[in-house]
Write a protein that binds this ligand. Structure first.
Ligand SMILES: Cc1ncc(C[n+]2csc(CCOP(=O)(O)OP(=O)(O)O)c2C)c(N)n1
Length: 696
C-alpha cells in the first residue's frame, strides 16, 4: 500500500469513527462528543500503529497498556476498541445505557481493553505512572524483558490542571520511567471555555523540568488543520529512541473538529452536537448525512487487521516466553504463582512464627504492623511499597531491601537502589502514592502498599475510592490514628477519618487492638475472600496485648487464639459470660480502655461484656446468628468507645446506647493528656455504662 493511499484510508477510518461518536452521543441524548471526536486520530493511531495488543486476548501479559486519562472522552476509546475488534457496534449503540459495556466513563472490569476506571481527572495519568513502575519492577523481579511493556496515556487540560498529575509526573521524572508515554491533547478548551483563563504556564517546559522528554505535534498547520497520523507516528518513533526518561507529547487539536459552527467551542464538551450539527459534520467528513452508525465493511475489515497483528505479536511473545520458562524454572514458578494469584508457601508460617516470638509487652500497632509486613515480605518477593516520606513512622520499610529507582540512584541514606528495589520513596505525595499503588496492582501481578498518617488519607482519598470502585486489593497503611498521637496537635489528629473511610463502599477498614490482632489483620488482608482494598489503621502509641488468662490457658496463648479466631469475623467477644448486663465495644487502642472499665464495673457487681471490633465491614457480613451472639439483642445497655467521630457506631449501640467518642477537633497536649481531656478514660466509660444501664 503506498503512503498516500494508506493515509487516505486512515482519514476515512477516522471520519467513520467520528461519525459513530456523534451518533452514539445523539442516541444517548447526553455525553461528551467534543474531545472524543478530536482525539480520535490520536487514539486510532495508537490502537492501529503503536500499541502491542491482541483484541482476542485483552489480558495478554505482554501487551502495552493504554489509559484514557480524559475519561469523559470514553467514546474515543470505545470506538477504537470496536474497530480493533474488542467491542461490537451494538456496544457503541449502548453508550451510557444501563448494563452496557460502554458506560459514560470507562470502567475497569466491565469492558475488555479498559485497563482502569477513569473519569476523576488527573488520576489516569497518575495511575499510568504506577503501571510503568510495575512493568519495570516485574521484569526485574522475573529477570526478563518479556515483562516490560510500554504504558501510554492520553490526557487533556483537566488532567494537567489537577495537582495529582504534577505529583505523579514529578515522581515519574525522578524514576526516569522510559517506558511511559503521555500524550497531551491540547485543545485549549475546558468546560468554562478558553483555558487561557485558567492554565497559562508552558506545560511542555513544566514537563521538561520534571525530567521528561517533550515534543509537540500540531494539527494546526500553516496549510490549515490536518490530523496528521504520519506526523504523530514520526513523533512516536523519535520518542521511542529516548529510553531513559518518560515522554510527553503535546498534540495541538481543535475540539470537535470539523463540526461546522461548533468545532473549537466548549459547547461540544459535554452535550450532544444536535441533529443539524451531526448532519453537517457527516457531510464535512464525507459520510452519508442521512445514515446513522455507518460502518464501511472494508474499512472495518482493515482496522480489524489489529487482530491478526495482535495474534502474531502474542505468538512471537509466547515463543520467547516458553523458551524463558524452560531456561528459568525458578522464576517461571514464581511467575505462575503470581498469575494464579496464589500466596507463597510459608505465608502462614511466617505470621505464626512472628506471633510465637511476640510477648505480652505493650507495642504500638504500627510497630507490630512493621514486624508483620517484614515477616511476610521475606516469603513474598512480589510485595513492595513504601510511604509518603514517613517510612520510619509508618513502619513501612522492608528491611534490608533496596530502594526502587533507576540504576545508580542511591543516596547517602538509601545507598542501594535499582529496578528490583522494594522500598518505594513516594515523597510527600499522598494522592500520587494512592494512584501509583493502584497502577502497580492494575499493571502487574505484584502486590503493593503505601503508608501515611491517617489524617493525611484525606489527601489520598480519591485514589482510595478508585481502588474500592475498581475492587483492587491495595493496602493503605494509616498510622498515628487518634488524638493520642500527642503534641503534633489538631492538624495531625484524625477525628472524622475512620468513620468516613467506613462510609466508603467496598473498603475494609481494619483497626487492630494489639500486636496479635495486627498480625492477624495482615494475614487476613491477603487471605480474605474477594479483592477489596484494605485500610489498616494503626496507633502511634504503645498498646498492651489483650488477654485475660483463664486458669487453664496462659494469657499469651489466649491472646493469640482470640485474635486468630476473632479478627477474621470483624468483631468478637474478648470477655463475656452468659448473662452480661452491658456491652462495651471498641476498636484499636480503646479496646484496652473498655477492658479496664469492665474490671471497674465488675467491682460494682455489673457484668460487662467486652467486644473488640477490628473491622465493621467483616462483622456486618457475618450471619445474624453470629452477630447476635456477639451483641445479644436483649442487652440494650451498650457503650461504644473510639477516639474518633462516633458516626459509624450508632448502628451497634441502639437508642439506649452511648458513644464515648470524639466529635470535635483535637488538642495540643501529650497523647495521654489529650485522651483524658477528651473523655477517653476508664471513669468516663464507666459513667456512660451506668447511664446506659439506667436508661435501658
Ligand atoms: C476531578 C474532576 N473534577 C471535575 C470533573 C468534571 N469535568 C469533566 S471534564 C472537565 C473539563 C476537562 O477539560 P479538558 O481536560 O480540557 O477536556 P476537554 O474539554 O478537552 O474534553 C471537568 C471539569 C472531573 N471529571 N474530574
Amino acid at each position: 500500500m503506498d503512503e498516500l493511499k494508506k493515509s487516505n484510508l486512515d482519514e476515512k477510518t477516522i471520519a467513520m469513527a467520528k461519525g459513530l461518536i456523534a451518533d452514539a452521543v445523539q442516541k444517548a441524548g447526553s455525553g461528551h462528543p467534543g474531545s472524543a471526536i478530536s482525539m480520535t486520530p490520536i487514539v486510532y493511531t495508537l490502537y492501529q500503529y503503536v500499541l502491542r495488543h491482541n483484541p482476542l486476548d485483552p489480558k495478554w501479559e505482554g501487551r502495552d497498556r493504554f489509559i484514557l486519562s480524559s475519561g469523559h472522552a470514553s467514546l474515543a476509546q470505545y470506538v477504537q476498541l470496536f474497530l480493533a475488534g474488542y467491542l461490537t457496534l451494538d456496544d457503541i449503540k449502548g453508550y451510557r445505557t444501563m448494563n452496557s459495556k460502554t458506560p459514560g466513563h470507562p470502567e475497569y472490569g466491565l469492558t475488555e481493553g479498559i485497563e482502569m476506571t477513569t473519569g476523576p481527572l488527573g488520576q489516569g495519568i497518575s495511575t499510568a505512572v504506577g503501571f510503568a513502575m510495575a512493568s519495570r519492577f516485574e521484569s526485574a523481579l522475573l529477570g526478563s524483558d518479556l515483562f516490560s511493556h510500554e504504558v501510554w496515556t492520553l490526557c487533556g487540560e483537566g488532567d494537567i490542571e489537577e495537582g495529582v498529575s504534577g505529583e505523579a509526573s514529578s515522581l515519574a521524572g525522578t524514576q526516569k520511567l522510559g517506558n511511559l508515554f503521555a500524550i497531551f491533547d491540547c485543545n485549549r478548551i475546558q468546560i468554562e471555555g478558553d483555558t487561557s483563563i485558567t492554565l497559562t504556564e508552558d506545560v511542555l517546559e513544566r514537563y521538561k523540568s520534571y525530567g521528561w522528554y517533550t515534543d509537540r505535534v500540531s494539527f494546526e498547520t500553516p496549510e490549515g488543520y490536518k490530523e496528521d497520523v504520519q506526523a504523530l507516528l514520526r513523533a512516536v518513533k523519535k520518542a521511542r529512541k529516548v529510553t531513559d526518561r518518560p515522554h510527553f507529547i503535546q498534540v495541538d487539536t481543535v475540539i470537535a473538529w470539523p463540526t461546522p459552527g461548533k468545532a473549537g467551542s466548549e459547547k461540544t464538551h459535554g452535550s450532544p452536537l444536535g441533529e443539524d450539527a451531526v448532519r453537517a459534520l457527516k457531510k464535512e467528513l464525507g459520510l452519508d448525512e442521512g445514515r446513522t452508525f455507518q460502518v464501511d465493511p472494508d474499512l472495518l475489515a482493515r482496522a480489524r487487521g489489529a487482530i491478526k497483528r495482535g495474534e502474531e505479536a502474542e505468538r512471537a511473545w509466547m515463543a520467547g516466553f516458553e523458551a524463558w520458562k524452560a531456561q528459568n524454572p525458578e522464576a517461571a514458578s514464581l511467575h505462575d504463582r503470581l498469575q494464579a494469584g496464589r500466596l507463597p508457601e510459608g505465608f502462614d508460617k511466617a505470621i505464626d512464627d512472628l506471633e510465637a516470638s511476640l510477648s505480652l509487652d505493650p507495642l504500638p500497632t504500627r510497630a507490630s504492623s512493621g514486624k508483620a509486613l517484614n515477616a511476610i515480605a521475606k516469603v513474598m518477593p512480589e510485595l513492595w511499597g513504601g510511604s509518603a516520606d514517613l517510612g520510619g513512622s509508618n513502619n513501612t520499610v522492608i528491611e534490608g531491601a533496596a530502594s526502587f529507582g533507576p540504576e545508580g540512584s542511591g543516596t547517602k541514606q538509601w545507598p542501594n537502589s535499582g529496578p528490583s528495589g522494594r522500598v518505594v520513596h513516594f515523597g510527600v505525595r499522598e494522592f500520587a502514592m494512592g494512584a501509583v499503588t493502584n497502577g502497580i496492582l492494575l499493571g502487574s501481578k505484584t502486590r503493593s502498599f503505601g503508608g501515611t498518617f491517617l489524617q493525611f488519607v484525606d489527601y489520598e482519598r480519591a485514589a482510595v475510592r478508585l481502588a474500592a470502585l475498581m475492587d483492587i486489593p491495595n493496602i493503605f497503611i494509616l498510622t498515628h490514628d487518634s488524638v493520642a498521637l500527642g503534641e503534633d496537635g489538631p492538624t495531625h489528629q484524625p477525628i472524622e477519618q475512620i468513620s468516613s473511610l467506613r462510609a466508603m463502599p467496598n473498603l475494609d477498614v481494619i483497626r487492630p487492638c494489639d500486636a496479635f490482632e495486627t498480625c492477624e489483620a495482615w494475614r487476613q488482608i491477603f487471605k480474605k475472600e474477594g479483592t477489596a482494598p484494605s485500610a489498616l489503621i494503626l496507633t502511634r502509641q504503645k498498646v498492651p496485648a489483650l488477654a485475660l488468662a483463664k486458669e487453664e490457658v496462659p494469657a499469651l496463648a489466649l491472646a493469640k487464639e482470640k485474635a486468630k479466631e476473632g479478627l477474621p469475623k470483624g468483631a468478637y467477644v474478648l470477655k463475656g459470660g452468659e448473662e452480661d448486663d452491658v456491652i462495651l465495644m471498641a476498636s484499636g487502642s480503646e479496646v484496652s480502655l473498655i477492658l479496664e472499665a469492665s474490671e471497674e464495673l465488675e467491682k460494682m457487681g455489673i457484668r460487662a461484656r467486652v467486644v473488640s471490633v477490628p473491622c465493621m465491614e467483616w462483622f456486618d457480613r457475618q450471619p445474624l446468628s453470629y452477630r447476635r451472639s456477639v451483641m445479644p439483642e436483649e442487652i440494650g445497655a451498650r457503650v461504644a468507645v473510639e477516639a474518633a467521630s462516633p458516626m459509624s457506631w450508632y448502628k451497634y449501640v441502639g437508642l439506649s446506647g452511648r458513644c464515648v467518642c470524639i466529635d470535635r477537633f483535637g488538642l495540643q497536649g501529650s497523647g495521654a493528656e489529650n485522651m483524658k481531656a477528651l473523655g477517653m478514660t476508664v471513669e468516663n466509660v464507666v459513667k456512660n455504662a451506668l447511664e446506659a444501664l439506667r436508661e435501658e
